[in-house]
Design a protein around this ligand. Structure first.
Ligand SMILES: Nc1ncnc2c1ncn2[C@@H]1O[C@H](COP(=O)(O)OP(=O)(O)OP(=O)(O)O)[C@@H](O)[C@H]1O
Length: 325
């Protein structure tokens, strides 16, 4: 067994948790400590604060998930002043062993390792995730995370992607309107301009324009809250439309990845856990012309693990350092 610190560094928060992993892939994760990245000048000072809050010395091993490309180069976090040199985190934090991984690749490790009761069923056959073949993992949050992993007889392999940056694919006249409006701001409209937390603003404003309604400017979080709680008809319609687009995009990635199952993750996947099964998500997921029947054969699930980033980072550490399959 190895003790380590699991760490998930997002745009707004850094989450730390003590964890232990074994070579047969068992992961024990303790209650996380969440710090606002803005409150700390650097990762080192946030790490020192976490160490101060622990009631025992922190382990000298870490699994670090980062919302950004992990290339061994310097990453400047977009929403705070942290500068991470992903190839030198062991030196910066005085660690003997470290795994550094893209945060959405970590989520894919979590999907690969999570027990069956960490998933709820969304559409397709109500079977467990297949033990062979490719599984697509799609997670809307601040952006749109896309990855996939391939299961084979002796283990699995995770592949991170930049799928959030593929072109937005309009299907109907409302999508056309959303695209047309976004084109006035961006030369090229990527899918995460629509299928992500901030994307709800573009959807909401396009629906208002369709109805020729003047609406006050609203922040994404407010629209989400009004729409999820069904407190405002237009915000509710925007959330329903988001579910539809998420279904279409998840289906596209499943086709593109050659997947035999799909898992929805991300902060918004979790917030929409009750809404997605009762939305147009499944219809749009299947709506792929001659592949409609094929799409109906794919199980689609939502991961409801409370800390997939931390759990997945620890799993990636076990994979890299302990040879866990
Ligand atoms: N109650 C809420 N609080 C925060 N964000 C919300 C809420 N409801 C909806 N959202 C949307 O979810 C997005 C954040 O997604 P998520 O919670 O997955 O964050 P993240 O990408 O993991 O980043 P971080 O962990 O750094 O906060 C926001 O951009 C916002 O549009």
């Amino acid at each position: 067994m190895t003790d380590l610190v699991a760490l998930d560094i997002g745009g707004t928060h850094a989450r730390f948790a003590l964890a232990s992993v074994t070579s047969d892939g068992r992961i024990d994760l303790q209650e996380p400590v969440t710090l606002k990245t803005d409150d700390f000048a650097s990762l080192q000072t946030a790490w020192a604060e976490f160490a101060r809050r622990c009631d025992k010395p922190v382990p000298n091993a870490a699994a670090i998930a980062i919302a950004g490309p992990v290339t061994g180069e310097t990453v400047r976090m977009t929403n705070n002043s942290w500068v991470l040199h992903t190839g030198a985190l062991d030196e910066q934090l005085r660690l003997e062993k470290v795994t550094v991984i893209n945060d959405f690749a970590a989520v894919s490790h979590a999907v690969a390792r999570a027990p069956e009761d960490a998933f709820i069923h969304l559409t397709g056959p109500e079977t467990p995730l297949p033990d062979r073949g490719t599984i697509s993992v799609i997670g809307p949050g601040t952006g749109l995370g896309v990855a996939h992993f391939h299961r084979f007889a002796t283990g699995y392999h995770v592949q991170a992607t930049e799928g959030g940056h593929v072109d937005f694919p309009p299907i109907d006249h409302i999508d056309d309107l959303i695209l047309q409006r976004l084109r006035q701001q961006h030369r090229r409209v990527s899918v995460e301009r629509v299928v992500s937390g901030p994307g709800i603003v573009a959807i909401y404003e396009a629906l208002a324009a369709l109805e020729k309604r003047a609406v006050p400017e609203m922040e994404d979080r407010r629209i989400w809250q009004l729409g999820i709680d069904r407190e405002d008809a237009l915000a509710t319609a925007a959330v329903d439309r988001f579910c539809l687009s998420l279904g279409g995009v998840a289906g596209d990635f499943a086709l593109g990845h050659g997947a035999s199952a799909v898992v929805i993750a991300g902060g918004l996947g979790y917030r929409l856990r009750e809404r997605l099964p009762r939305s147009g998500f499944a219809g749009r997921f299947r709506f792929k012309g001659r592949y409609e029947q094929f799409m109906s054969s794919l199980p689609v699930k939502l991961i409801v693990h409370p800390q997939p980033g931390l759990f997945g980072a620890a799993a990636a550490f076990a994979h890299e350092h302990l040879g866990a399959a």
